[in-house]
Design a protein around this ligand. Structure first.
Ligand code: CA
Ligand code: CA
Length: 92
């Protein structure tokens, strides 16, 4: 399931490939030019019970991924942001 957002705030749309369960997820940060579409790919691992919701939840202009787990009456979720071009963001 591809998710679309600008996860590093460079105004180029990025992709986050997420599949429930064991498969590895991939964050593709666009490094595309005016003619070609290219992506830097970073491996991610997300626990399977979470569902991702995209939005800029902290208003910094960079899209975040809100991980939602509906396993109790109280939602268990966390927001994270790919705040730079280095894959150092934590995807809780
Ligand atoms: Ca981007
Ligand atoms: Ca944000």
């Amino acid at each position: 399931m591809p998710l679309i957002g600008d996860f590093n705030g460079d105004d180029r749309t990025d992709l986050f490939w997420h599949a429930p369960g064991v498969p590895t997820d991939w964050l593709w940060l666009s490094v595309s030019g005016p003619i070609t579409a290219n992506f830097d790919r970073f491996e991610r691992q997300v626990m399977s019970e979470f569902r991702p919701l995209i939005g800029d939840f902290n208003g910094d202009g960079i899209d975040d991924i809100f991980w939602y787990a509906a396993r109790s009456e109280t939602p268990d979720a966390s927001a994270s942001s790919g705040s730079s071009t280095t894959p150092t963001a934590t995807w809780a």
